[in-house]
Design a protein around this ligand. Structure first.
Ligand code: THU
Length: 157
């Protein structure tokens, strides 16, 4: 028997420690939460994707009365980004959320499993790691790649 482990490191930073481009991407993700349509959960998530051509594409969760028909912020952003700019690759994504009290969440929120799988597709297409920035009220987590968030991902068959 052999034991193996998977490990990844990530950075925990204050907002002040971010450089100007990351601060801007975080701001765009926070702004995107304002365009969330979440009448059922009242949990507003925003995502902002920086593309290789410099464009930033935002997305927000869009709910539906038939609950599973809605979609998360990350998937609304990544599907829109690739539908709109198919020749650009993903560089980074920032994700922010506001809770039912309307305030930004204290601890960063991480993408759900389905969003990790969807984002991984675009990381593979990019051919390089896509950084994931998770935004909390005071702290930010900077994760080096989507793959780090999805060990043993389903890829080619
Ligand atoms: N949600 C996202 O937008 N992103 C995630 O990664 C997790 C959850 C949304 C889905 C739903 O509209 C609300 O948050 C509550 O689950």
């Amino acid at each position: 028997m052999e034991k193996k482990s998977i490990d990844f490191s990530y950075e925990v930073l204050s907002h002040k420690e971010l450089d100007a481009p990351d601060t801007n991407l975080v701001r765009r993700a926070m702004e995107a939460t304002r365009r969330s349509y979440a009448p059922y959960s009242h949990f507003c998530v925003g995502a902002a994707i920086l593309l290789s051509d410099g464009n930033i594409v935002e997305g927000a969760n869009q709910e539906n009365v038939a609950y599973p028909s809605g979609t998360c912020a990350e998937r609304s952003a990544c599907f829109y980004a690739h539908a709109q700019y198919p020749d650009a690759s993903f560089e980074k994504i920032a994700i922010a959320a506001r809770g039912t009290d309307g305030a930004f969440v204290a601890a960063p929120v991480a993408p759900c499993g389905a969003c990790r799988q969807a984002l991984l597709e675009y990381e593979i297409l990019a051919g390089h790691p896509v950084e994931v920035i998770l935004v909390g009220r005071d702290t930010v987590y900077r994760i080096p790649s989507v793959a780090a968030l999805l060990p043993f991902a389903f890829t080619e068959f």
